[in-house]
Design a protein around this ligand. Structure first.
Ligand code: NAD
Length: 396
């Protein structure tokens, strides 16, 4: 079939297999061009098919030569529907890993469930023995609690008061004012249940008690802090409360794992175009302004550059992992440099529909958004007949 982008609001409902494969290959080539790492050997990535999780899996495999298991929630093609981007990304990753002589396996299903945890533990036992790195990179709008069956929905809302700021429709370039009403107590509770640390904690507990987590193992989950302009809706809102819970979980897990020489961290990453961040109001406009400033200063990074720097200078490259006063890894350090933030804030004050393509990199944002789904990628013929059905070689 001919596969073209079809958007509905902030999501693209189609994905292109060859475009996704080409995007994965580009990330792999970036990593192959960097110095090799003395890093992990056997890695579990939960939320491995897109964004930061996919980049973590690529760095593990192609910089450190690790065997990997990826857990993710993606759909195969069916009838007239293409597979999701994460499906095509993972198929491409596994083919490349096999060619490099690395073991790699996929477990497709709900990471929040007991069933997927048990399946993953069985797979580790039979194929890898033990794992020495667990990356937790799930971003989800919903979670079904494995013990109570309660279904939680996360919301991105401020706490305490109404928030209003500029936002952009990145398809049309229209800059408008977004106003978001504060969350209720129950929405806050549910958001923490989805995006907080409980599920990460469950994974580590279950891996440890099954004896498949190596002594001295590392685990890392990802968080975001960002600028003053998004604080009310992000860091001081419902999602920030969930991230506080994730960070508190890291401290607890760090103590738990330290008894056997292990470590648990939260890494605060840079704001980037991913399927998750494009759904947050205000953030795409901030990212567009940030991209413009960071590209001008030669400091721009995407997921793969961020994750290579995280592994090579924080998690593995340094004798001791550098952390801030709260114990957090700060790989958002370039984004948060005062000269970057001052310049973004200045542009932010001036941004309107009339000047958005001049003052911000909205065009770069839009293009990267479509590239997440394998579109707008050089070298791909989007008018060619393409088979949407792609198998994942090592799906269990
Ligand atoms: P993403 O949407 O690109 O990736 C999310 C991954 O989670 C996908 O692999 C998806 O398949 C998987 N997933 C979702 N629900 C699942 C489920 N029930 N079971 C199994 N897998 C599931 O998101 P991302 O932006 O890479 O976010 C990953 C983490 O990084 C999040 O914690 C996010 O808050 C954090 N982070 C993101 C940014 C950013 O700007 N994008 C910045 C800093 C931190």
């Amino acid at each position: 079939m001919i596969i073209q982008p079809k958007t509905r609001g902030f999501i693209c409902t189609t994905a292109h297999p060859e475009g996704c494969a080409s995007q994965v290959k580009r990330q792999i080539n970036y990593v192959k061009a960097q110095p090799k790492l003395e890093g992990p050997r056997n890695v579990l990535v939960i939320g491995a098919s897109t964004g930061y999780g996919l980049a973590s899996r690529i760095v593990s495999a192609f910089a450190s030569g690790a065997n990997t298991i990826g857990v993710y929630f993606d759909k195969a093609a069916e009838g007239a529907r293409t597979a999701s981007a994460g499906w095509y990304n993972s198929a491409a990753f596994e083919a490349e890993a096999a060619e490099a002589g690395l073991k790699s396996y996929s477990i497709v299903g709900d990471a929040f469930s007991d069933e997927i945890k048990a399946k993953t533990i069985d797979l580790i036992r039979t194929e890898l023995g033990q794992i020495d790195l667990v990356v937790y990179s799930v971003a989800s709008p919903r979670r079904t609690h494995p013990k109570t069956g309660e279904v939680f929905t996360s919301v991105i809302k401020p706490l305490g008061g109404t928030y209003s700021n500029k936002t952009v429709n990145f398809h049309t370039g229209e800059v408008t004012q977004a106003t978001i009403e504060p969350a209720t107590e129950d929405e806050l509770r549910q958001t923490i249940a989805v995006m907080g640390g409980e599920d990460w904690n469950m994974w580590i507990d279950e891996l440890q008690s099954a004896g498949v987590l190596a002594d001295g193992a590392t685990t890392v989950a990802y968080s975001y802090i960002g600028p003053e302009i998004t604080h009310a809706v992000y860091r001081e809102g419902t999602i920030g409360a969930a991230k506080n819970d994730l960070e508190a979980t890291a401290h607890r897990l760090h103590e738990q794992l330290a008894a056997k020489g292990g470590r648990a961290y939260v890494s605060v990453n840079k704001a980037l175009v991913t399927q998750s961040s494009s759904a947050i109001p205000v953030v795409p406009l901030y990212i567009s302004a940030l991209y413009k400033v960071m590209k001008e200063k030669g400091l721009h990074e995407g997921c793969i550059e961020q994750m290579y720097r995280l592994f090579s200078t924080r998690l593995y490259g340094a004798a001791e992992t550098p952390v801030d006063e709260k114990g957090l890894i700060r790989i958002d350090d370039w984004e948060m440099r005062p000269e970057i933030q001052e310049e973004v804030a200045q542009r932010w004050a001036e941004l309107t529909t009339e000047n958005v393509y001049e003052l911000s990199d909205l065009e770069g944002y839009r293009r990267e958004f479509f590239q997440l789904f394998g579109f707008e990628t050089d070298g791909i013929d989007y008018n060619a007949d393409t088979n949407p059905e792609v198998a994942i070689p090592n799906q269990r």
